[in-house]
Design a protein around this ligand. Structure first.
Ligand SMILES: [Zn+2]
Length: 424
């Protein structure tokens, strides 16, 4: 595998601004002044022994990057890459026949880095990505956004790693390391998830976890917006539903391995009577195989009007849930810990509102599991007719993707041009 790997903050512990003159090439780099992330040299040596080929991909100056690449790691490097723009990196790949041949199958490449810029670059190249967190950011870096809570998660990396060992494991077994729901559709099983948000208060916690990415635009081929849309398809197959349930089952097995958290109830966000297909979530929930106590806890009001999806913003979404979705009376939730399953996590309004209702009833810990979460949109293909950026859309009927220059009636500003996507 070709391992494209970021330098500053990933291999070298050089996020601090005092290294800026080196990185900008304004001062001669003194190698002995460059601190390495612990284990970086061993990691690079180890993956090469296993037959992989690491290449440094860095925004920094060639004087700095090439010196470190050559003297410390003894591997090739691309400098001044201007992430997340792909031109420099793509040109480097195209200019080397071996790399070019390997790039015909995107599974041969992976991008490893500690910033959302690295992940966006990887998504634009349609290769898998690992977001690393080898050090604790002390302050929010303006441009890289390191230390910000949600941006690095919403950018939608394929994988997360806190140690080089974890990166090595991903490289050795990429499909088994996918998020639980993404793995299932590759014929593998995994109990990985995205730690979306964890909030602690008074010794209790609320945790939001997601089992697959719902991509918008460019991404690696493992994200599953197509499957998300299939949930709503009245003709969805039993096999499809059971795969969704299996991924939840797999993750719950992991939850059960932590006996210090005693989960009292396993529940789901109920379907409205008007939902299509009827019992959209209930059918999935019933197929989940778990020793947790399954229960129905939520109910929509009889007078529910309109739909959550048509609410314009976070507050109106929350108001909608608050008004129409009720926690069923008569079940003692005092001091109970509850797992809630839902299909999608977007603005988090549903999850936050439900968590609030459960807390109001005295609930203790709450674990909210969403099958999918919407990652940030990344578009890069330009309309050949009018020059606007094309959007990647999905035909709801069969999940196939196509480019569209969105007309104003679809909330775009384009000319209506469409093009089928190759390489699905
Ligand atoms: Zn156009």
């Amino acid at each position: 595998m070709i391992i494209l790997i970021d330098l500053d903050g990933t291999l070298t512990d050089t996020a601090h601004e005092k290294f800026k003159p080196f990185k900008d090439g304004k001062q001669q780099t003194v190698l002995s002044d460059i601190p390495l992330i612990q284990g970086a040299k061993e990691f690079i040596a180890d993956i090469q022994v296993k037959g992989h080929k690491p290449i440094i991909i860095s925004d920094s100056h060639p004087d700095y990057v090439n010196l470190i690449a050559k003297e410390i790691f003894k591997i090739p490097a691309v400098s001044l890459t201007d992430k997340p723009n792909i031109e420099r990196t793509a040109n480097y790949i195209q200019s080397n026949q071996d790399l070019k041949d390997l790039f015909a199958n995107k599974d041969n490449f992976i991008m490893v880095g500690d910033s959302w810029l690295d992940i966006e670059l990887g998504r634009r190249l349609n290769i898998t990505t690992v977001l690393t967190k080898f050090y604790v950011a002390t302050s929010i870096e303006e441009r890289d956004g390191i230390g910000q809570e949600l941006k690095p998660i919403k950018i939608g990396a394929t994988y997360y790693a806190k140690t080089f060992e974890a990166v090595s494991q991903i490289i050795s077994n990429p499909k088994k390391s996918l998020l639980a729901l993404e793995a299932i559709f590759q014929g593998e099983t995994s109990d990985s998830m995205v730690r979306f948000i964890t909030r602690y208060s008074n010794g209790n916690f609320i945790a939001f976890r997601c089992l697959a990415r719902q991509e918008d635009g460019e991404c690696d081929r493992f994200a599953r917006a197509d499957k998300y849309y299939q949930i709503d398809n009245p003709a969805r197959s039993q096999e499809f539903i059971s795969k969704l349930a299996q991924s939840i089952t797999k993750y719950l097995e992991r939850v059960e391995k932590y006996p210090q958290y005693k989960w009292d109830y396993l529940t789901y966000v109920s379907d409205k009577k008007t939902t299509t297909p009827p019992n959209k979530m209930k059918e999935i929930f019933e197929l989940v195989n778990s020793s947790f106590n399954k229960i129905k806890l939520f109910e929509w009001s009889e007078d529910v009007e309109g739909s959550l999806r048509n609410q314009p913003n976070y507050q109106t979404r929350r108001d909608f849930i608050s008004k129409y979705l009720k926690t069923i009376e008569g079940i003692d939730l005092e001091n109970k810990s509850i797992i809630v399953i839902d299909d999608q996590f977007t603005s988090s309004a549903t999850a936050q509102e439900i968590a609030q209702q459960l807390r109001n009833r005295g609930a203790k810990n709450i674990l909210f599991i969403a099958l999918f979460y919407l990652i940030l949109p990344i578009e890069s293909k330009v309309c050949p007719k009018c020059g606007k950026i094309l959007k990647i859309k999905i035909k709801k009927i069969d999940g196939t993707k196509f480019y569209s220059c969105l007309l104003p009636k679809y909330r775009g500003d384009g000319c209506g041009y469409t093009e089928n996507m190759t390489n699905q």
